[in-house]
Design a protein around this ligand. Structure first.
Ligand SMILES: [Zn+2]
Length: 307
């Protein structure tokens, strides 16, 4: 019985409310950046990459300038341990009108942390980011989308007001599918409970397989003509879109990958970096042409009267 109720709730959550725009037209677009270093990539963790001294976060100014030219405001989620060394960049991000949130302390998966450790680290990460940026932060995204319900409740108790860690993979129905029982889906990709918001990262379901067209490796791997087709399919069923990118994908500065890294992993890490910033601009323009308005998650909450 309990399982049945849970399943009904889960189905209700995935039945999006009626759309405000015509099929094919877009409404809101949320561009998000996980502000982390290249060595935070999960598959580079066994190596001592950070000792190379090579950093990609200080190279995001071309991206920031592109955003200004396109009139796009972005939500950044910063890893706490790099906030201090990038304080000037965090302040520049805030000065340009973007939103800033927390992406954990050290980018370790949340599934590897106890609740107590998570709470302690989240407090420390928030302090680090707030003192570096000179402003309060209220948003969170879990590393590799590994948010769990008890940890979601913990960040609410800590005073965070929104999270963006929910992603669904049909091929992994249990893995990384955040339980949002009790939340109400108020709009495509937007869930609310008691003034707290969860923003979903969308996937495109094709023949039972979920393609994460919203960012990361797929955005780099697919040529723009293919992305345009996939986005067109997506826009038939959705009106909002969340994109996520990382600093190492926004520059083609060489990365000193460790020698022991397999060829497939190295390909996954490097593919499509060259020209990715231009491709991202084309995706932004495609979405804008179809009516999408790029706003930060904080602006979205303000527009809904939630903050
Ligand atoms: Zn990340």
């Amino acid at each position: 019985m309990q399982d049945q109720i849970k399943e009904t709730n889960a189905r209700a959550l995935h039945a999006a409310p009626p759309r405000a725009t015509a099929p094919g037209r877009m409404n809101r677009a949320f561009l998000t950046v996980d502000l982390e270093e290249w060595y935070h990539l999960d598959y580079l963790k066994g190596f001592r990459c950070r000792e190379s001294g090579v950093r990609v976060v200080p190279r995001i100014f071309d991206f920031l300038d592109m955003l200004d030219e396109e009139g796009v405001k972005v939500t950044f989620f910063c890893v706490g341990e790099i906030a201090g060394e990038n304080a000037g960049i965090l302040r520049e991000i805030v000065r340009r009108g973007h939103a800033l949130g927390c992406h954990g302390l050290d980018h370790e998966l949340l599934t590897n942390k106890s609740l107590e450790q998570f709470v302690d680290e989240t407090r420390r990460a928030r302090d680090m980011i707030e003192s570096a940026a000179g402003r309060e932060i209220t948003g969170y995204r879990a590393s590799c989308f590994t948010m769990e319900r008890d940890k979601l409740e913990a960040i609410r108790r800590l005073g965070f007001t929104y999270d963006s860690s929910k992603i669904r993979f049909a091929q992994h129905p249990l893995y990384r599918n955040l339980d949002l029982t009790g939340f109400t889906q108020t709009e495509d990709l937007v869930y609310v409970q008691g003034g707290f918001s969860e923003y979903e990262i969308p996937t495109l379901d094709i023949m039972g397989y979920s393609i994460p067209i919203s960012g990361g490796g797929y955005l780099r791997l697919f040529p723009f003509w293919l992305l345009r087709i996939l986005l067109g399919l997506y826009a038939r069923r959705h009106e909002n879109f969340t994109l996520y990118v990382h600093p190492f994908e926004l520059t083609d500065a060489p990365l000193p990958l460790p020698k022991g890294l397999g060829k497939a992993t190295a390909f996954r890490c490097l593919v499509g970096r060259r020209g990715n910033l231009k491709k991202l601009r084309r995706v932004i323009r495609w979405l804008k042409k179809r009516g999408a308005r790029f706003i930060t998650l904080e602006e979205d909450r303000r527009e809904r009267g939630l903050s």
